[in-house]
Design a protein around this ligand. Structure first.
Ligand code: DC
Length: 241
């Protein structure tokens, strides 16, 4: 692996700021940005569109190879398509958010998505580009050898406020209730952290950043320092270091 093929793994709970940080790092270093949550959301969108009950794990498992999912990785032109349909906005709607924890707990779904995520990073590496990959199991399962591993958290109240603000912007300014956002986040945190397969975990070898009292530029600067240091170490160790 050369310095240009660096993988930056960013894991953390919903609303911790992973997406904003990952996009900023990808833009700064010209890396591919891989939003793995968007791949699970795309699958959940398809499950709902097909009229499949998202809690019916058996049917989800049997049919999850069917949809074609394409994820764009340029931070300036992001988007996700399912069978050619642009679902970038639709995957952020409440129905998909409600279904995605169930769909993403299905082993066959995870196996397919993990393979897709590794393929995307391999394509970027073949073009000499590094990748920033954000999710829940990136450092633990998808890229256990990633030279940069970040576990990003923030207090629930702060995460809920940020999420509510994002939802409000998407809803064209309509006020969103922070109380119900807290409840939704706590429910999703419990499902994502408590599931048997690839739960959200904080690894001992990941750098833990608590963003509760940090601004976005401050978090980005911390992660950028880690990327630069990892790049120097990889250069010192040679092309396969
Ligand atoms: O990051 P997000 O909120 O868009 O993620 C959507 C859901 O997908 C989240 O509830 C957990 C799941 N997910 C996962 O299981 N593994 C990942 N690597 C990324 C997301």
């Amino acid at each position: 692996m050369s310095a240009t093929e660096i993988v930056v793994a960013i894991d953390g709970p919903a609303g911790s700021g992973k997406s904003s940080v990952s996009k900023a790092i990808a833009a700064q270093f010209d890396f591919a940005y891989v939003d793995t949550g968007a791949t699970y959301r795309a699958m959940a969108w398809w499950v709902l569109a097909e009229g499949i009950d998202p809690t019916d794990a058996e049917t989800v498992a049997a049919r999850c190879e069917e949809p074609r999912i394409d994820l764009a990785t340029d931070p300036a032109a992001l988007g996700v398509r399912v069978d050619g349909v642009d679902v970038s906005r639709a995957i952020r709607e409440a129905d998909v958010t409600g279904a995605v924890s169930h769909v993403s707990a299905v082993p066959q779904v995870r196996a397919r998505m993990v393979q897709m995520q590794r393929d995307i990073v391999a394509r970027a590496a073949a073009q000499g580009r590094g990748s920033v990959v954000e999710g829940r199991d990136i450092a633990s399962v998808v890229f256990p050898n990633a030279p940069v591993k970040v576990f990003l958290t923030a207090d629930t109240e702060i995460r809920a406020q940020r999420r509510a603000l994002e939802d409000q912007e998407r809803a064209g300014g309509a006020v969103v209730d922070v109380g119900s956002t807290v409840a939704g986040l706590e429910q999703r945190d419990a499902l994502d952290s408590g599931r048997a397969l690839s739960p959200l975990t904080r690894l001992a070898d990941a750098v833990h950043i608590d963003a509760t009292h940090l601004t976005l530029p401050e978090v980005v600067a911390l992660v950028a320092d880690l990327v630069v240091s990892a790049g120097s170490i990889m250069r010192e160790n040679g092309p396969h270091g």
